[in-house]
Write a protein that binds this ligand. Structure first.
Ligand code: FES
Length: 349
């Protein structure tokens, strides 16, 4: 390291990423018992809110071996330790394991913000983003043997790429000597696609040559703790699975689809493109029957839409092909507007 202990002095935070997995047997418990367990766990977490900043995330559906993330930020490792013990002591404790656990701390970057107030880098300020992507990170030992100015040049490129994606906020925390990895990085964003593009571009940066390990990666959905706990096991009315019957369903606000615009929504297992042509709304499958072109990106005018891939034109009311290579009609959907809500109904064909 190139800094003296003096240069990293100041308030440092402890940061903990606790990934919990819930035993499937818990889902088989009577509902009252599950509710009791969730309530107790919620109470424990809330009781620590005067010492630990805790953000909760669900991984149900995004990861097979973890269900819940508690991202904890505080001043003392002891609080992290105590919180974990109390969680274990709740009625949910016997059903919880922690397959992934990362301890880290804040510190100023060696490569960024030499002119910035360093204290700002010592304190994390999570945003209210919808998604959090987390992974532990280890660099090769060769990296640390390179001269600092050589590393700085490579990091400048890395940082330049990061700045191209302002919708993604990076939090770097440090684990050297505290835990198995060297860093734990977490990215907050509302746009998972931006994060994907950023990571892909960073693979081409020279710093990537010196990455030893940057997995596992966790895709986490931000939600309040009660909601995150509810997401562990959901049921429809009377404990049943929600029926998959095709029925009228609100899919968008009409005000979000002004004249001349289009929007792709999900309905009845299909992607449906809704077009507003001079104030009139039409809904057809987003999939062109010729060769799967995205009709939602096509031009709609005079009651028809033209596929952007090879120019097939379809009647928006009937779905019939009017010109171009498509021989089959595109599926159309029932549509009505109620109190600004756009409702889609069963396919017309
Ligand atoms: S994919 Fe639409 S015309 Fe070819």
């Amino acid at each position: 390291m190139s800094e003296s202990p003096q240069e990293t002095k100041g308030r440092r935070q402890v940061v903990k990423f606790s990934f919990y997995h819930v035993d499937p047997a818990w889902r088989g418990l009577p509902e009252e018992e599950r509710e009791r367990g969730k309530r107790a766990l919620g109470d424990v977490v809330r009781a620590f809110s005067d010492r630990v900043q805790i953000r909760s995330y669900s991984l149900v559906g995004t990861r097979g071996d973890a269900d819940l993330l508690l991202w904890q930020i505080c001043d003392r490792l002891d609080d992290i330790h105590q919180l974990a013990g109390f969680i274990n002591g709740t009625p949910m404790g016997p059903y919880l394991t922690m397959p992934y656990s990362y301890v880290a701390m804040t510190r100023p970057s060696v490569y960024v913000g030499r002119n910035e107030a360093r204290a700002e880098r010592m304190v994390l300020h999570p945003r209210d983003s919808k998604y959090l992507f987390v992974y532990p990170f280890v660099k090769t030992r060769e990296w640390y043997r390179l001269p600092l100015d050589h590393r700085q040049t490579m990091m400048d490129e890395h940082i330049r790429i990061g700045r191209k994606y302002p919708s993604v906020k990076l939090n770097t925390t440090y684990s050297f000597g505290l835990d198995d990895q060297e860093f734990v990085v977490s990215f907050e964003t509302d746009e998972p696609a931006d994060f994907l593009d950023l990571v892909m571009e960073l693979r081409e940066a020279r710093t990537s040559l010196y990455t030893l390990r940057d997995t596992p990666i966790f895709s986490c959905l931000a939600m309040g703790l009660d909601e995150a706990l509810d997401s562990l096991a959901r049921a429809g009315e009377n404990g049943s699975v929600p029926a998959a019957k095709v029925t009228w369903q609100k899919v968008a606000d009409a005000s979000d689809i002004p004249p001349g615009s289009s929007r792709v929504v999900y309905y009845a297992g299909d992607q449906v493109a809704i077009f507003n042509v001079s104030g009139e709304l039409h809904a057809v499958s987003n999939r062109c029957p010729h060769a799967n072109g995205a009709l939602g990106d096509g031009v709609a005018a005079d009651g028809s839409v033209t596929c952007p891939s090879h120019g097939s034109r379809f009647d928006l009311a009937t779905g019939q092909p009017l010109e171009g290579p498509a021989a089959r009609p595109v599926r159309t959907y029932g549509l009505r507007v109620e109190q600004n809500g756009v409702l889609l109904g069963p396919s017309k064909g």
